[in-house]
Design a protein around this ligand. Sequence first.
Ligand SMILES: [Ca+2]
Length: 115
Amino acid sequence: MYCAASNMELATISSKEEDDALVAYMKRNGYEKEPLWVFGTDLGHEKRNEAPNAAHFSWMSTGKPLGYSNWLPNEPNHSGAKMEHCLEINFLQGKWNDNECNTGSRYFVCQFQKS
Ligand SMILES: [Ca+2]
């Protein structure tokens, strides 16, 4: 995928500062209503048909739990009967949401891999 081809990976958000900076960046550039994919998922931590739980989410780059998070109220929710396993930020009001990993086109943010 694009990030990997550029020797990067999807971003992890480890602090409110990083989260705010990205949301501010999107806002400054006129994309305040555009969600952004980051490198979080609950795949591998959630059994089939299990209720959504923020504690199931981890960063794919490290395998570690999210730590800092900024979920919209009632997220993650597997909206409807869908299987929402990917993490997007800047969803509504700059907050986080779980969404289907194959949701149409979305902006995404890469970061250089930490070695
Ligand atoms: Ca959701």
